[in-house]
Design a protein around this ligand. Structure first.
Ligand code: GLU
Length: 448
């Protein structure tokens, strides 16, 4: 399907399809950006002439490696590791590592591609990359996770560096994993190079607010959307999918701003608590006990629903914060029927293309992940900045910087959408604003 693309971009998309067979998530992510570039191609033909768009769709480097490790029974296990170094026009490759059984090259490429534009939107000097493994941390002991991380880093370290490539967390990679990865990097290189990884612990080079940043940033972005409509979070019913780092801190900020989060989920189902989900309990289940969300309802006036979709729960604001393609056209239609006004993506590409179309046609305000969830990586850039100056800032200072960055991203999405004749279209605004920044740098740096 290429019918919504500018004719000059059709051969570029066809090359993406031919070069990356079967990588459907990567196709989806490129199509979405290329579709938005229609007005840019007419206004700035030099991007096509200098093959900037074609080059941006091809990663600068792709690394795939074997990760052997020994489980607690003494048996050798093999996983596959990836790092896709997508674009370094604006700075060192930057982006998280995902450990999940669904990880394959197509997922890593889609995430890396999204990251290029997201990182550009933050206004920070960071390029785009992503990595991970099909390793499943669920049900593994700490010792197994440590051995896996050490083996993963034993191969990956040669590709990293504070000026080269700076990974962080993503699904399945949190503070524990970053600790083991950093420990192994430090040991192999004999360097305390704090700026080589972000998401570190507060006592060893981490930044305040990094844990909360993606969720808080998402809600700061939505708050700007609401203010533009002359309203606020006060008294709004909100549904947040997921119960990881992004979902928990999005929910926390929503309730601080006066909204009520009535549902959260994990891969086993979702919970509905009409009085507002109690986040201390969720944090205890997820962050301390590494348990299942179904445990939430024990001794509480709340429901756990195993089958079905969290998007069946009526709300005014929906924040998909779980994973890619979790909100399809049927779910979008249900949300619209139930009166949703705003959908903002905390996860990367959680809404399918058909789902996005349903929401936009119904006039729902829609914020794409690469703008709305950029607070995580933006705070990673603040962590790099603190590491480079051997400094550490207070929670308030860092949170203020995050808020400013999210307001800046909102402003540039709005202004760019207006400039290109699509007022209120945050998808076009985010894609075009992110793209033009990277493309201008690539033009200046020559054909490399
Ligand atoms: N994985 C996060 C994202 O999707 C954060 C990446 C980072 O901090 O480098 O943006």
């Amino acid at each position: 399907m290429t019918n919504d693309l500018h004719p000059a971009l059709v051969p570029i998309y066809e090359t993406v399809l031919r070069r990356n067979p079967g990588e459907t998530e990567f196709h989806q992510a490129t199509y979405e950006v290329l579709e938005s570039l229609r007005p840019v191609v007419d206004k700035r033909p030099e991007y096509v002439e200098a093959s900037v768009i074609e080059r941006i769709c091809e990663p600068e480097r792709q690394i795939i490696f074997r990760v052997p490790w020994v489980d607690d029974r003494g048996k050798c296990q093999i996983n596959r590791g990836f790092r896709v170094e997508f674009n370094s026009a604006l700075g060192p490759y930057k982006g998280g590592l995902r450990f999940h059984p669904s990880v394959y090259l197509g997922i890593v490429k889609f995430l890396g591609f999204e990251q290029i534009f997201k990182n550009a939107l933050t206004g920070k000097p960071i390029g785009g990359g992503k990595g991970g493994s099909d390793f499943d941390p669920k049900g593994k002991s700490d010792a197994e996770v440590m051995r896996f991380c050490q083996s993963f880093m034993t191969e990956l370290y040669r590709h990293l560096g504070e000026y080269t490539d700076v990974p962080a967390g993503d699904i399945g990679v949190g503070g524990r994993e970053i600790g083991y990865l950093f420990g192994q990097y430090k040991r192999i290189t004999n360097r305390y190079e704090a700026g080589v990884l972000t998401g570190k612990g507060l006592t060893w080079g981490g930044s305040q607010v990094r844990t909360e940043a993606t969720g808080y940033g998402l809600v700061y972005f939505v708050n700007e959307m609401l203010l533009a409509e002359n309203t606020t979070f006060e008294g709004k019913r909100v549904v947040v999918s997921g119960s990881g780092n992004v979902a928990i801190y999005a929910a926390e900020k929503v309730s601080q701003l006066g909204g009520t989060v009535v549902a959260l989920s994990d891969s086993g189902g979702y919970v509905v608590d009409e009085g507002g989900v109690d986040l201390d309990t969720i944090k205890d289940i997820k962050e301390v006990r590494r348990g299942r969300i179904s445990e939430y309802v024990q001794g509480r006036n709340a429901r756990f629903i195993e089958d079905g979709s969290i998007w069946d729960v009526p709300c005014e604001i929906a924040l998909p914060c779980a994973t890619q393609n979790e909100l399809d056209d049927a779910a979008a239609a249900t949300l619209v029927r139930n009166g949703v006004r705003v959908v903002a993506e905390g996860a990367n590409m959680p809404t399918t293309q058909a789902g996005t179309r349903v929401l936009r046609e119904a006039g729902v305000k829609f914020a794409p992940g690469k703008a709305a969830n950029a607070g995580g990586v933006a705070t990673s850039a603040l962590e790099m900045q603190q590491n480079a100056s051997r400094d550490s800032w207070s929670f308030e200072t860092t949170d203020d910087r995050l808020k400013e960055i999210m307001q800046g991203i909102f402003g540039s999405c709005m202004m760019t959408a207006e400039e290109y004749g699509m007022p209120g279209d945050y998808v076009a605004g985010a894609n075009i604003a992110g793209f033009t920044q990277v493309a201008d740098a690539m033009l200046a740096l020559g054909i490399i």
